[in-house]
Write a protein that binds this ligand. Structure first.
Ligand SMILES: Nc1ncnc2c1ncn2[C@@H]1O[C@H](COP(=O)(O)OP(=O)(O)OP(=O)(O)O)[C@@H](O)[C@H]1O
Ligand SMILES: [Mg+2]
Length: 397
């Protein structure tokens, strides 16, 4: 995240309003270079008005040889031609007026774009190609959140895989409370950050769970949902999948813009159903919609939750109605409800519980699914296209 040196408290406070979350302010050149020594990925250094022109030029010269892909942005109270000329000769990328926050923000976006362009081809970057796993159901209360957290923990395989959960139930998400987490930041703090999105930006917004799982929580207020755009969701997922083995998405029971974008980015889709007629009817309609949209074809897995005997509909009937094999069944269990209320997922508190075992089996299927088509679909469904086009995604920049 950008770092600002040499600004009065008032100027720093003003500039910080247009810097991404996690940006730093330092008061000496030594501290600046000390910080940079442990943040080689930094893309912008802002040198504020309290640093004299000669000292600012010396910093720019030093940065040019030390970190050539990091932009130095000179922030001045007034910008004149003499400073501009001197600045350009020293390797300063841009000179902006402290009072013009649009200019400051524009300079940072360009700095980020330049860093991405210059470093983009570097094969040493630790980019992964993580799998996005979306838990979806058109019905509320069927167990999406419960299954999301338990599945995410199973996917971690005791820390051998890096896994994060994104709560895309943007109005009423409850991943955080289900894990007894109290986030200081949520996805709401990523709003407007599309152009400066990178791992350090997203990591600042995530809340770590004791298990090692990282959680990007839903906004604390429902009205923030509308400001989380499809573009933002797509950018976030692109960034996360480059750094995590598995990105698990909990969703709202709706085909809203954010969910559609998430589905478009999805590698494996877990459809949650329960044994009641209204849910099955809606799941059937949702599956038809996914067919029309061409989402996760061949990569859908049916999770039958509360799969109990003697409710009048059996698993066979479900498979017939939905034209899809059941990948996993989880029975109704008081232990699951208790685990939710205790804020400790069953997968952690009782890994050998039959429900934990069932979800772990699904995790194993997913971990092996990279190489083969989902076993959960009936053969006549269309084969997956090699390069599915992105239908809902808007351009990142
Ligand atoms: N198999 C189960 N046995 C007993 N309780 C369960 C089971 N699955 C889920 N529950 C409980 O049902 C409640 C609703 O589950 P959950 O919040 O996971 O559903 P959801 O689909 O995410 O709901 P929403 O659409 O409102 O987000 C929770 O209290 C959870 O503990
Ligand atoms: Mg939920």
């Amino acid at each position: 995240m950008p770092i600002l040196l040499g600004a009065s408290p008032a100027t720093a406070a003003s500039i910080l309003t247009v810097l991404p979350a996690g940006s730093q302010v330092v008061d000496t050149t030594d501290r600046l270079f000390h910080w940079l020594s442990s943040h080689p990925e930094e893309y912008a250094v802002l040198v504020g008005p309290q640093v004299g022109v000669d000292d600012a030029m010396a910093i720019a010269e030093r940065m040019r040889s030390l970190m050539p892909t990091t932009s130095v942005v000179l922030v001045r109270d007034t910008v004149d031609a003499a400073v501009l000329t001197q600045a350009m000769h020293s390797g300063v990328r841009e000179v902006v007026a402290a009072s013009d926050l649009n200019q400051v923000s524009g300079a940072l976006q360009r700095a980020h774009g330049l860093a991405v362009a210059l470093r983009g081809n570097n094969p040493s970057s630790s980019q992964k190609s993580g799998r996005v796993i979306t838990i979806f159901s058109p019905k509320g209360g069927v167990g999406k959140t419960t299954m999301s957290v338990n599945l995410a923990i199973a996917l971690m395989r005791g820390g051998r895989n890096s896994v994060c959960v994104v709560d895309l139930d943007l109005a009423f998400g409850d991943i955080a409370i289900t894990l007894q987490l109290f986030p200081t930041h949520t996805i709401e703090h990523a709003i407007g950050g599309e152009s400066v999105m990178d791992l350090s930006f997203v990591e600042e917004l995530m809340t770590p769970h004791e298990s090692g799982l990282k959680v990007l929580a839903a906004p604390s207020q429902p009205d923030a949902r509308e400001r989380v755009t499809g573009t933002l969701v797509a950018t976030l997922l692109e960034t996360l999948r480059e750094h995590y083995d598995y990105v698990v998405l909990d969703t709202a029971p709706a085909f809203d813009e954010q969910t559609l974008t998430a589905l478009d980015e999805t590698d494996e889709c877990i459809i949650v159903a329960t044994l009641d007629v209204p849910t099955l009817k809606n799941v059937k309609v949702a599956l038809e919609t996914l067919d029309v949209l061409g989402v996760a074809e061949g990569h859908r897995h049916l999770l039958l939750n509360r799969a109990d005997a003697a409710v009048g509909i059996g698993p066979d009937k479900v498979e017939g109605i939905l034209a899809m094999n059941i990948a996993v069944q989880v029975a109704t269990s008081l232990d699951i409800a208790k685990a939710t209320n205790a804020g400790r997922p069953l997968m952690l508190s009782n890994p050998s519980h039959p429900s934990s075992q069932a979800v772990r089996k699904l995790a194993e299927t997913l971990m092996g699914a990279d190489q083969r088509s989902s076993a959960g679909q009936i053969a006549e469904q269309a084969p997956r296209r090699e390069e599915p086009s992105k239908r809902f995604r808007l351009s990142r920049r």
